[in-house]
Design a protein around this ligand. Structure first.
Ligand code: FEO
Length: 421
């Protein structure tokens, strides 16, 4: 009896949250990953969710799958509504493994299903699985699938953020299943925006949206704008947006569309992030007069020590502000390694509409500040040159120099910011 109870308890503990009806006959059947902190190198302090959706209709249809570790959870959620053997259609909006690595397990549970996927999706799928026994149909923008009471319209979104990506619009439900777009890495018991805002806060939700956008979608701003315009041109009525990560936008889906347009435009706060690292605290000391100079010019300033902050957190803070000052000691005539890594990572994200400057200390030969400016120019960002370099430890005169540089930088941030207002 004791072991029976223990086993029951373990089974119970392993259970994920239950399926949730998000629209009549449409259910969230996903999984919550409370524990993930390293999402392919992207730090996720709040975990994440893998959302997928079951449409109960004459043809039962599953839209998306989950990370393979969580296949059992989605199958249990599906079983709470229907027998997976009855699934007729499986829509695969995206083949990145956090969503698609369980497709073989799902197809074993639903062997009669036909997969609907983009042409690029099939190319990726066949690299991961033996697809020879699966029924697969290629879809493109404008193609539809009638499941009985529902019409699914497919919208390709190539490079948002993989070549295979697409979204699925459920016409009668006015529901856009948006895949990665509009998502957030948030493990929470709330399934909807209004629930989350009530239990936690709007500010936390907004922060999670910016974090996700900055670290995943920043390179694709122009594509995002054109894709949203395309959806608007199609005149699709949308009263719910259901992404594959985080909460579902049911209260105000228009707000997340507008937020994405703002982020894609490169809108930012009139403020400065100061992102630095330090060896013997000299570069760190420089941040104090620099912060004061920015503040005295009336701008918000956030100081971030890179070695104490996850890379993805620093990227988020960079993206929030119009201006950014990078502080790096010189090590072996070049940038300090953490700063070099940050700038390389940032270059890959192709940031736009930001103004940059640099500062740092050196011992017997500079180099870091010069290299930082070379990186800014490679990214085609606006710069305020020549920055400030200090030999060994900053003197009072050096601190005054830092203060003056920061005030001048803040003035230039204000002028530059006007271009976007
Ligand atoms: Fe959430 Fe591109 O995968």
């Amino acid at each position: 009896m004791y072991w029976y109870n223990v086993l029951n308890l373990i089974n119970h503990m392993e259970d994920n949250v239950k399926a949730v009806e998000i629209k009549p006959d449409i259910f969230w059947v996903g999984a919550i990953d409370w524990a993930v902190r390293d999402f392919h190198g992207y730090v996720t302090p709040e975990g994440t969710t893998y959302n997928n959706y079951l449409i109960m209709d004459e043809q039962i249809t599953l839209v998306d799958t989950v990370k393979s570790d969580f296949a059992r959870h989605t199958i249990k959620n599906i079983q709470s509504i229907t027998d997976p053997l009855k699934i007729v259609n499986l829509v695969v909006n995206h083949i990145e493994p956090d969503h698609a690595s369980s497709i073989d397990i799902i197809m074993a549970a639903a062997p009669h299903a036909t997969i609907y996927i983009t042409e690029k999706g099939i190319k990726g799928l066949e690299r991961h699985f033996d697809i020879s026994k699966w029924n697969i149909k290629t879809v493109k923008t404008g193609d539809t699938l009638n499941t009985g009471k529902h019409t699914l319209l497919f919208l390709e979104t190539p490079m948002l953020h993989w070549p295979d990506s697409m979204m699925t619009y459920v016409k009668e439900a006015k529901l856009l299943i948006s895949q990665d777009a509009f998502g957030q890495h948030l493990a929470t018991s709330s399934r909807f925006d209004d629930e989350f805002i009530e239990c936690q806060s709007r500010a936390e939700l907004e922060d999670a949206v910016i974090d996700y956008y900055a670290n995943i979608l920043m390179p694709f701003g122009a594509l995002i704008k054109s894709k949203i315009a395309e959806v608007q041109k199609l005149g699709l009525e949308i009263d719910m947006i259901a992404p594959d990560h985080g909460i579902i936008w049911r209260k105000d889906p228009g707000s997340i569309l507008q937020k994405y347009l703002d982020l894609a435009e490169g809108k930012a706060r009139l403020g400065v992030s100061v992102i630095y690292d330090t060896m013997w605290h000299s570069t760190e000391r420089m941040t104090i007069p620099i912060m004061q100079g920015i503040k005295d010019e009336g701008l918000e300033c956030k100081v971030i020590k890179l070695r104490s902050t996850p890379m993805s957190g620093a990227i988020k803070e960079f993206w929030k502000c119009r201006g950014c000052l990078i502080g790096s000691p010189t090590l072996n005539n070049i940038l300090f390694p953490t700063i070099a890594e940050f700038l390389t990572h940032l270059r890959g994200l192709r940031p736009k509409n930001r103004i940059m400057g640099a500062f740092g200390s050196y011992g017997w030969g500079g180099g870091a500040v010069k290299e930082a400016y070379e990186e800014f120019k490679r990214m085609k960002l606006e710069v305020v040159e020549p920055g400030v370099q200090v030999n060994y430890k900053p003197s009072l005169d050096d601190e005054a120099l830092c203060y003056d540089f920061a005030r001048d930088f803040a003035k230039k941030v204000k002028t530059y910011h006007e271009k976007f207002s």
